[in-house]
Design a protein. Structure first.
Lengths: 534, 461
């Protein structure tokens, strides 16, 4: 029988260990026979007698292991030899049976060792460390969902350059939302799977568009967040471009929709070029960019609002004709809203989602309304330090100034409730607009927390002799853990005017502002007189 | 976050800021991190390749006891009035109590001064040149003082032609130089080594053809519950087995043989000199691989712990030494303990000692642990090492190899400092051993070394 013989030099194993290794090799590979002996002269004599002292091993030293494999098949012998090497190197010990628990894995490297098939790292450590963790994840071959913000710009650039070279995706930093193959990351809703691939630089924008697509009967292949800074000049839309390429080649994706604030001019041009060359229909929504920010072509469909984006994507998914500008969806009729003569003129939007705050300002601008904000469209409309409301306002309560040292309003609504009651006391307020965001990551019952505060706000105004309409929309689905319908009923019970989308809600609030403005007669009556009773 | 419901499997990491919490360090670490695709442009890949070479040298090493130098000056003829000491470089002014005691003891032993006061005067006036053992290819236990007249164990790595030296373990319990004792009794103990033990063992080793291979002895000792750092009972017994035959050859002086065998019988730690020298020869062979982040020396001088890294030439990276946690002899406590001291952590550096603790469950008794804790130490140290040594297997962990090759990157990334088995010295000179236990090397050594490594290769992306 043919034999293969070799020496593994300078490793001492006792005979028991070697016999056990030989036994295991035979058991595992089915090889005819495996003989392992230290290279002592006594052992060599044994091999001579067995006719196994191959020239390859006759110079073995006492500290060398002599390995002899007997089998007719070369392949079997080779398999046995590699098994011998593996067993001599040693296998990881079984983990069971330890009374004292080992420390849990701390590093990405240790995690990958335990989960070698992992393909994505979700990182939400403090910003100063987050870039380093993302870099480590990329070196481990993982895509990255980088929830953390405050990552230095230079680090973002390095990370994204490496990601591009390694053909890996970095969603973020400051990426709130993604859905990859139906798996929600960060703040994300449970939506139907389908043929629309989303890319967005904005978390709540992605959430809203994905929910509306779901609501309209469409579905999502993937929703890829890029992080807010990706579309800046410095980063150049690196992730957005990679995401577009991924969706372009993804067989599940038939339609692509892009949603973001207007990118830097150069980025907008390059994204526009890429979108045109993809070969799949692309709906582009650069919120508030003049003319939609791109040239509409046969494959590029410009959308002006979040709802518009969803409606066009679903129309394309179904193969329907795309209407030039989808109207805002029908809202509940504004019936019987009475404004008994106060100076109720202004809208106050109190948002937990930054994109909702942004979209509302754009819609209101189209109505000729100048909106003050802590995140204004024009620098001239910035609210003063401290953020006290004036005239028409849209407040992003998720921005840094409100979230330093406290959770985001999607998780902890207490700050927004305070602000709601404050606005309710202001006699110049005609309507208050609130977003309610469901899905993974959000508060487990946001409407349940908000409803009593809404009731309280309405009665504060009522005690003052005012009727105060409150408009809400719920960004969520029936399949979300919080359940859309039960969230909506909780709000409806408090007399909230429910709009079916962020876009519709902004329009509805505007309708109320107009209604209030035309309400007659308008008499100047001091609110102080009615307050004195309270 | 509910991701499991949608078909994803999720592993939550117990993340904490790496190293000392400096974001700049975290970024350096990420730049130097292992790259799974062996990406040529990544610094981490260059380091990985260098570490593979460095640790391969460790695995290939064949430390062999080849000789006894009857005096250190045989090896270093220009030694003059030099005293080698344990740990990273240190001046007389900075030295801890026991090390000063040992310096005085060595000066008296060498007759460079007649009294302790004169010896102190000589040491403090710059009359003595001090140097770390490690920089001279040597290692010394505890205070680690090597003076020109001291005999040394000579171990050669047959695979790489490195040689390493260690002084013999003195008999005499607490009253030994290595614990900082000085005086006539200490000097005469050292003289006995010079006069009797060293020549006898030199004859014995010379009689062994090609010397005595130490790796097989260490491998077997691990299977007999030694860690070959703080427990050397089995290895000493095996050494006795090998030398006994040589010592009984004709022409040997009967009294000297009896004394030598008596020392081997009575001192369970006798083999430590051989173990340390074997590890030093091994790690020196692995030193000097450009880019490598593998630790090649980890040593304590009673004030600081210093490490050397294969790819960072002869630079030391130090941090303040901790006081070991452990069991104290009756009448002593942590109050009297000197911070961690000695070159014997070379054993941990080469994957023995606390890294092989699974082999020596008895050791965890020093820290009130269970045998399960011993297994845990060996498992956990595998998280900060490059590979496992198939030559040194751990029966209690299904014969897996002992973790070997400390990677400074992993120490920082895992926020896990190397564990060291150690004896505890009294902080006053000459009071000797007061306990034994465990200690960890300070994180600072590793963070400084990493920053130096990254700075050295700043050209990488």
């Amino acid at each position: 029988m043919p034999i293969k013989a070799l020496v593994k030099a300078n490793i001492y194993k006792d005979s028991v260990a070697l016999m056990r290794t030989a036994q295991l090799v035979v058991a595992r590979t089915g090889v005819r026979r495996a003989t392992l002996l230290m290279g002592t002269s006594g052992n060599k004599n044994l091999l001579v007698q067995a006719g196994l002292l191959d020239p390859a091993i006759k110079n073995a030293q006492p500290n060398d292991i002599m390995i002899v494999i007997e089998d007719d098949s070369d392949d079997a012998a080779e398999a046995a030899i590699s098994q011998v090497h593996a067993l001599i190197e040693g296998e990881e010990p079984r983990r069971a049976g330890s009374a004292t628990a080992d420390a849990p894995p701390r590093s990405i490297a240790a995690g990958v060792a335990l989960a070698p098939n992992a393909n994505l790292a979700q990182i939400s450590v403090p910003g100063p460390y987050a870039g380093a963790e993302a870099l480590k994840a990329l070196h481990q071959g993982l895509n990255v969902f980088l929830f953390s913000d405050n990552v230095p710009l230079e680090q973002e650039r390095v990370i994204k350059d490496l990601a591009r070279r390694k053909d890996l995706l970095v969603m973020g930093p400051d990426c709130g939302t993604a859905i990859i193959r139906g798996v929600p990351l960060g703040f994300a809703n449970v939506v139907r799977r389908g043929a629309v691939g989303l890319v967005g630089a904005s978390g709540t924008g992605l959430q809203e568009v994905s929910c509306r697509i779901h609501q309209l009967g469409g579905g999502i292949s993937h929703a890829i967040g890029t992080g807010s800074r990706d579309i800046s000049e410095a980063i150049g839309g690196s992730t957005m471009s990679q995401a577009l390429q991924l969706l372009a080649t993804d067989p599940d994706t038939k339609i692509i929709a892009i949603v973001s604030k207007p990118p830097a001019a150069s980025v907008q041009r390059s994204i526009g070029r890429e979108a045109q060359s993809i070969g799949k229909p692309v709906v582009v929504c650069f919120l508030g960019a003049p003319g939609g920010g791109a040239a509409g072509t046969s494959s590029i469909h410009l959308a002006s609002t979040l709802y518009d984006t969803a409606a066009k994507a679903v129309a394309l998914e179904r193969g329907n004709a795309v209407v030039t500008s989808a109207a805002a969806p029908p809202t509940e009729a504004i019936t019987d809203e009475r404004f008994p003569g106060h100076e109720q003129r202004f809208v106050r939007g109190l948002f937990s989602g930054g994109t909702f705050c942004y979209e509302a300002q754009i819609i209101w601008r189209q109505h000729g309304i100048k909106t003050f904000s802590n995140a204004p469209l024009d620098a001239g409309c910035r609210l003063s330090e401290g953020g006290a409301s004036r005239e028409h306002c849209a407040i992003d309560l998720g921005s840094d100034e409100f979230t330093i040292g406290r959770p985001h309003p999607m998780i902890d609504p207490s700050l927004r409730i305070e602000r709601l009651l404050q606005e309710a006391r202001d006699p110049s307020v005609a309507v208050i607009l609130l977003d309610v965001v469901l899905g993974y990551g959000s508060h487990e019952d946001p409407a349940g927390i908000l409803a009593p505060a809404i009731g309280e706000a309405k009665s504060v105004a009522a005690r003052d002799g005012r009727h105060l309409p409150i408009v809400c929309f719920v960004c969520g689905t029936e399949e979300d853990p919080q359940v859309l319908s039960s969230q909506e009923s909780a709000l409806r019970r408090e007399g909230v005017l429910l709009a079916p989308s962020s876009t519709a809600a902004a329009e509805l609030a505007m309708g109320i502002v107009h209604q209030a403005a035309t309400a007659a007669p308008r008499t100047a009556r001091s609110p102080a007189s009615s307050k004195s009773s309270g | 976050m509910g991701q499991q419901r949608y078909g994803a499997s999720v592993l939550q990491l117990d993340w904490q800021p790496p190293g000392n919490g400096d974001p700049g360090l975290a970024w350096d670490l990420a730049r130097a991190t292992h790259d799974r695709s062996a990406d040529d442009k990544s610094l981490g890949s260059a380091i990985d390749r260098a570490n593979a070479e460095a640790v391969a040298r460790v695995l290939r090493a064949e430390p062999t006891w080849v000789d006894v130098a009857l005096a250190a000056r045989e090896i270093w003829p220009a030694m003059g009035r030099t005293l080698l000491h344990a740990g990273p470089p240190i001046s007389w002014a900075e030295m801890c109590g026991p090390m000063r005691g040992a310096v005085i003891g060595a000066i008296l032993y060498e007759n460079w001064a007649a009294t302790a006061a004169e010896a102190k005067e000589l040491a403090s006036s710059g009359g003595i040149r001090f140097a770390p053992c490690h920089e001279w290819g040597a290692v010394g236990p505890m205070c680690g003082i090597i003076s020109p007249s001291m005999p040394l164990v000579v171990v050669a790595d047959r695979a790489h032609d490195t040689r390493a030296f260690a002084p013999f373990m003195e008999a005499g319990g607490a009253r030994t130089l290595r614990f900082g004792a000085f005086g006539d009794d200490v000097s005469s103990g050292l003289k006995w080594i010079e006069r009797v033990l060293a020549p006898t063992l030199k004859t014995a080793v010379t009689a062994m053809d090609g010397g005595l291979a130490l790796k097989p002895i260490i491998a077997q000792a691990l299977h007999m519950s030694d860690d070959v750092h703080n427990r050397n009972t089995a290895a000493t017994l095996m050494l006795l087995r090998y030398v006994a035959e040589s010592l009984l050859r004709p022409g040997m002086q009967k009294d000297a043989v009896a004394d030598t065998l008596g020392t081997l019988r009575s001192d369970d730690m006798f083999f430590l000199s051989f173990s340390m020298a074997a590890c030093k020869a091994t790690m020196d062979a692995a030193h000097g691989v450009p880019f490598s982040s593998m630790v090649t020396a980890m040593a304590r001088n009673g004030v600081n712990v210093g490490i050397r890294v294969s790819g960072l030439a002869n630079e030391w990276f130090s941090g303040p030494a901790d006081v070991p946690v452990g069991l104290y002899l009756p009448g002593f406590s942590e109050e009297q303990a000197n911070p961690d001291i000695g070159d014997s952590a070379i054993t941990e550096t080469s994957g023995l000692g606390a890294f092989a603790m699974a082999a020596a469950p008895a050791m965890v008794q020093f820290v009130g642990g269970t045998p399960q804790d011993a297994l845990r130490y060996s498992r956990e140290m595998a998280r900060i090492t490059i590979t496992r040594n198939p030559g040194f297997t751990l029966p209690a962990l299904d014969f897996v190899g002992s973790p070997v090759g400390i990677d400074i990157r992993k120490v920082i990334d895992e926020s896990m400092r190397p564990v060291i088995n150690t004896a505890i010295a009294h902080k006053e000179p000459g009071m000797g051993i007061i306990g034994a236990g465990l200690v960890q090397a300070p994180m600072q050594c590793f963070t400084k070394a990493l920053q130096a490594l990254v700075a050295k290769h700043a050209a990488f992306e």
